[in-house]
Design a protein around this ligand. Structure first.
Ligand code: MN
Length: 366
């Protein structure tokens, strides 16, 4: 198992690379999408929440050039110089695939662009690409002082307008891709239609990913609700991950296994799901974080105060010889001059200790 660190677009600096290495990271996961572009970045370096009409921000904020083989290679080298191996890129820009998600007129043109990105990622020697096949995206959460000691974090306090208000035209994945879209809202579709769109995406992209040596890793829906803003969700119960794998079994059809999101699901068992998918070799990489409660009433917590027994998860991964990367994903903001960094450092230290523990006690489990 490898300890990784996730970098948002605006954090791609040598200073942050050094910080991650100081936390014990050996691997990096990079978000190239500028989620905060022209948006309301409320909590400094926190995860975005967004509002109903503007979402997180405007899609397409990252220059196209950043997705080229050469730029990816340069980024990999810069991370490498700091001591970090670039394991994955997380998420496509909604500007590049809105019509793949919405089955719009530019679908074919956009799927070709996604293929080129995957080829670039493979050519640059990056083994995993994380994606979230979602129309509403990460939407409908609220921010509050819900973690230990009143630390700022996100969660849900039951269904609210932010979960139910229909999505305006020109917005997908909680970002605006067309500011001049005609008035109105996205048409409602059913779950089977959404699965059909995923099937198209995988049928087109998987052969390219296989050839490029890249694993596509699907993130479950956060928050895991059957519907958000009038749109169906794809993976909102644990068994739906198996459905996604079964749709097209391939080493390149993999999971971005988000423990927090999985634990928020109302059905299933997080330990069984971890055991199953680590045994099957489905996991591209892991978002190793904790929560309290289940959708639609839950709070993201510090890694050591939520419902998940993180030690038990680590033991399962170790027993199944999982050799991929774990990153903290999100952590509550701590009360100090560096709220985001201190939250991450706390999570990283805890993860490192758990990893060292299981490595030292190989026979603890029956
Ligand atoms: Mn996650």
């Amino acid at each position: 198992m490898k300890l990784g660190f996730g970098f948002y677009r605006h954090m791609l600096t040598r200073e942050n690379y050094d910080f991650a290495v100081q936390c014990g990271a050996t691997h990096a996961v990079v978000h190239l999408v500028d989620y905060f572009n022209q948006g309301n970045k409320v909590h400094g370096e926190d995860q975005p929440i967004g509002d109903l009409h503007g979402g997180w921000g405007i899609a397409g904020g990252t220059p196209d050039e950043a997705w080229s083989e050469e730029s990816l290679r340069t980024m990999k080298e810069e991370l490498g110089a700091a001591g970090l191996q670039l394991e994955a890129i997380e998420n496509f820009d909604p500007m590049y695939w809105h019509d793949v998600l919405l089955d719009g007129p530019k679908k074919h043109e956009q799927i070709e662009r996604l293929k080129q990105i995957i080829r670039n990622v493979g050519a640059a020697g990056i083994p995993v690409f994380g994606y979230n096949f979602s129309i509403a995206g990460v939407a409908g959460r609220v921010s509050g002082a819900g973690a230990r000691g009143g630390a700022r974090t996100v969660g849900m306090e039951g269904p609210a307008e932010s979960n139910t208000a229909p999505i305006p035209n020109g917005m997908v994945w909680n970002m605006v891709y067309d500011r001049n879209a005609p008035p109105g809202t996205l048409p409602e579709i059913d779950h089977d239609t959404l699965w059909g769109r995923l099937e198209y995406f995988l049928k087109e992209l998987l052969p390219v990913a296989e050839q490029a040596g890249v694993r596509l890793a699907a993130h479950p829906d956060d928050p895991p609700m059957p519907w958000v803003r009038g749109q169906p969700r794809l993976v909102y119960q644990p068994w739906m991950f198996q459905r996604l794998i079964d749709l097209s079994p391939s080493r390149s059809n993999a999971l971005e296994f988000c423990l927090g999101t999985m634990a928020e699901m109302t059905e299933g068992d997080i330990y069984e799901a971890t055991d199953r998918h680590s045994r099957q070799g489905d996991i591209g990489y892991i978002h190793f974080r904790n929560v309290r409660g289940k959708a639609p009433h839950y709070t993201e917590t510090f890694i050591d105060e939520g419902d998940i027994d993180m030690r038990r998860i680590m033991e399962i991964l170790h027993r199944n010889a999982y050799d991929g990367v774990l990153i903290p994903d999100h952590a509550p903001q701590m009360t100090c001059d560096a709220p985001w960094h201190s939250g991450m450092a706390h999570a990283m230290g805890y993860m490192k200790a758990l990893m060292d523990m299981v490595a030292a006690t190989p026979d603890r489990l029956p």
